[in-house]
Design a protein around this ligand. Sequence first.
Ligand SMILES: NC(=O)c1ccc[n+]([C@@H]2O[C@H](COP(=O)([O-])OP(=O)(O)OC[C@H]3O[C@@H](n4cnc5c(N)ncnc54)[C@H](O)[C@@H]3O)[C@@H](O)[C@H]2O)c1
Length: 255
Amino acid sequence: MELSKFDLSGRVAVVTGAASGIGRATAVGLAGLGAAVGCVDLGGSDLEGVAAEIKRSGGKGLAVAVDVTDRTGLDGAVQRIEGDLGPVSAAVNAAGIANAERGEVMPSTQWQKVIDVDLTGVFFSCQAEASSMFRAGGGSIVNIASMSARIANRGLYQAHYNAAKAGVVQLGRSLAWEWADRGIRVNSVSPGYTKTPMTQRPEQANAMEGYAKETPLARNAVPDDIVGPVAFLLSEAASFVTGIDLLVDGGFTIW
Ligand SMILES: NC(=O)c1ccc[n+]([C@@H]2O[C@H](COP(=O)([O-])OP(=O)(O)OC[C@H]3O[C@@H](n4cnc5c(N)ncnc54)[C@H](O)[C@@H]3O)[C@@H](O)[C@H]2O)c1
């Protein structure tokens, strides 16, 4: 086994949700492993900032503003990344939102928005990324799901989010076989509770310490904890891995 199989040099990666949290750490981390990174998010100074940070460290980063619910916009974003950095052979779909409401009173608009961003947005991203990967002769996609795909989070009223994340895992398995014959592997990574702006929302912020105590590894994740498993799945070291969901939860779901 050669160490170089973990290397991402020469690869062009798309990272959605790159302006914050797990997506941001992933964009910077993949650039550190040698990939040129197309950083995709809604726009603004945080998005420009991550591309600038990658460039300051000697890497190649490009900021592209697009909403992941915009299928046509995503095609344009991937084409721009392909034009500037080269054909895409790696992608991480981390864009997401979360909020809470009890199931019996959740408005349809609230349900639909979370499904649109967290599930349909991942599907649209995969479609746009795969079109470039077909041209590149293959690639690897990692969708960021959640341990909430498998558990109901005690005290958090988020049926819409949990359903969307379960959908992301099953979407990955489905696309994994559909695209296997064209050299594209599709997997998901499911983080446990991770310290990011998403977990600072009022209904969750105060519970983070308690979640840490319930975790066998006795802490919350930080965004960098998620980057290594993602990078592994993108790399040639994972060349026979497709259709899996890799839990990165410090053991939270083992009991
Ligand atoms: N933080 C956790 O505990 C945790 C746990 C499991 C899974 N996740 C998942 O990890 C991913 C990243 O979450 P995070 O914690 O880093 O959150 P975050 O809020 O820090 O980052 C999410 C990013 O997604 C972007 N985004 C939101 N809607 C978008 C849209 N329509 N188009 C483009 N970009 C959009 C936001 O602008 C933001 O930059 C999400 O999919 C989340 O569900 C997070």
